[in-house]
Design a protein around this ligand. Structure first.
Ligand code: FB9
Length: 499
């Protein structure tokens, strides 16, 4: 097959270049193809390549012609239905039934109405009789003319079209003429300078094919970072540059104690019921909790301390032992801060985490039941809200967000708390970019931190910045089974710029 094709191609090439040697133009590639006995599609690819080498120039031509339908073909053969009906009516007339039998119901139905319209026959109650002696079957003639490709005037074309006897066939062709680099024979062009050229010494007069620098490069099959991991890496580098160290977040399953209680979040807090939190059936409860610390947490919840009234309710151990899918990486911050509080003397620390958290929330365009939380925690002496605002400005400035605004907010484990907003030029609006606050003494003192130690912290999601930076509108296009791999392959390098 390939061999046949290739010499068909060379034959097509020779016939085109040969024909143009003595003729100005090849007006219709279809006609030319059938004249040299080559399929038009073969010719087409040769035309394209000869144009590529500017040996010829081609111009698109649109050809169209009317084709007879099968019904019309039968009329061109046997006469139009109206003519057939007329001829079937003898001079003395004929009954409808007989006539129908004679010409057939199809012809009778179409022919009789047309013959009446042409005032050739009249159909009485019983009888069908002629109104003229002789008729010209112009329709048949028209159809034959069309068949022979003769010109037919538009009025007749319109009539035949209306009678669904003809259809228009269009096809694309080319008219060809010599190109700027025309030659009766295509000189073999070399694509590479080879050893043979050098050995033969004919490299001097061989024509080398130009490099086509616009050629689509072979896609290099390499690994691609998912946009979320691109942004994660960029944000990780911001934290590392700011002297933060990563917290170990490799445990999606957490106990209510570290996820809620240690954060001084009361056990009847709405976030702690299964409407918001995924509790585990197996293992439903945690086995290891630090006993002495647990007693202190129980106490601070029940009666407070460190200037707090506490929540004045009966704190239940079994509630704290319930296992769940962590609802925030703040649970990991709690573990790390507790461990830090045990270290004497106190050493200031900067921690960050970027990992999955799970919330039993209604899923919508921007929310799934899980997302990646980014969290920054600074534990040091005498930190104030000013420090928090300062570090937030630094952090978000590295994300390209220069203008921040803070709105008082409430979290069970931080007081004061602030929602963080940044002005987005592109979206031309203030966008909520995170939440933050100062961990409560009921949390820190209970862990064992000295009174002058305070902890500022903030959190945001990884999905939101990634969706905005990559212009992804629906979170399902970013995360989950429906992600289109090409999105990942074509996603540009993450440039943290807020514009
Ligand atoms: O990410 C959020 N928004 C955001 C962040 C960056 C961003 O970047 C731009 C392009 C570059 C754009 C948008 N938010 C937090 C704000 C909203 O999207 C919010 O509706 C949804 N929030 C999530 C929780 O939803 C229930 C984002 C998620 C979130 C919220 C709060 C925290 C973490 C994640 C926190 C915290 C915290 C507070 C105090 C102490 C420690 C942690």
């Amino acid at each position: 097959m390939a061999a046949a094709d290739s010499d068909d191609k060379t034959r097509a090439e020779r016939s085109i270049l040969g024909f143009l040697q003595s003729n100005e133009v090849i007006s219709d590639s279809h006609q030319f193809a059938s004249s040299v006995g080559i399929g038009h599609s073969e010719l087409e690819s040769v035309i394209k390549s000869l144009c590529g080498f500017q040996l010829i120039e081609s111009q698109d031509i649109k050809k169209e012609r009317w084709l007879l339908t099968d019904e019309a073909k039968s009329y061109a053969l046997n006469g139009s239905p109206e003519a057939q009906v007329f001829w079937a009516v003898p001079a003395e007339g004929i009954s409808r039934a007989e006539l129908e039998k004679k010409v057939g119901s199809q012809i009778f139905k179409i022919g009789s109405s047309q013959a009446i319209k042409n005032k050739w026959v009249e159909i009485g109650k019983q009888l069908v009789s002629r109104k003229v002696d002789h008729v010209e079957d112009s329709v048949k003639d028209l159809l034959k003319n069309i068949e022979d490709g003769k010109m037919v005037d538009d009025k007749d074309i319109a009539t035949l079209k209306k009678r669904k006897l003809i259809t228009l066939q269009t096809w694309k062709g080319y008219s060809l003429k010599k190109g700027p680099k025309y030659a009766p024979e295509r000189k073999k062009v070399a694509t590479d300078l080879t050893r043979e050229h050098l050995l033969r010494g004919d490299w001097k007069d061989v024509e080398f094919k130009d490099y086509n620098l616009d050629v689509q490069e072979q896609p290099i099959e390499i690994g691609y970072l998912h946009p979320l991991l691109e942004v994660r890496e960029a944000i990780q580098n911001i934290f590392l540059q700011m002297g933060f160290e990563e917290m170990p977040t490799n445990n999606f399953v957490e106990s209510s104690f570290w996820n809620f209680d240690a954060l001084f979040q009361p056990q009847q807090h709405p976030a702690r019921d299964s409407h918001d939190t995924f509790f585990l059936k197996v293992p439903s409860t945690t086995r290891e909790l630090p006993e002495d610390y647990l007693e202190k947490v129980k106490q601070v919840h029940e009666i407070g301390g460190y200037g707090s009234l506490g929540y004045r309710y009966r704190w239940k151990r079994e509630e704290a032992e319930k296992n769940l899918l962590r609802t925030h990486t703040t649970a990991v911050s709690t573990r790390m801060l507790y461990l830090l509080a045990q270290k004497k003397p106190f050493t200031p620390k900067r921690y960050y985490s970027i990992d999955r958290v799970f919330r039993n929330e209604a899923v919508d365009r921007t929310h799934l039941a899980e997302f990646h939380q980014i969290e920054g925690v600074i534990c040091d002496r005498n930190l104030t809200l000013g420090h928090l605002i300062g570090v937030l400005n630094d952090f978000f400035a590295s994300l390209g967000m220069k203008k921040l605004r803070f709105k008082p907010a409430y979290n069970p484990y931080t007081e004061p708390s602030m929602e963080i907003f940044s002005y987005h030029e592109g979206l031309d609006k203030w966008v909520e970019v995170g939440n933050s606050g100062m961990f409560r003494p009921e949390m820190l003192r209970t862990m064992g931190f000295p009174e002058d130690v305070s902890v500022i912290a903030w959190g945001l999601s990884l999905e939101r910045p990634t969706m905005i930076l990559y212009g992804i509108n629906n979170i399902r296009d970013l995360f989950g089974p429906k992600v289109d791999f090409n999105l990942i392959k074509s996603s540009k390098i993450c440039r943290l710029g807020w514009q």
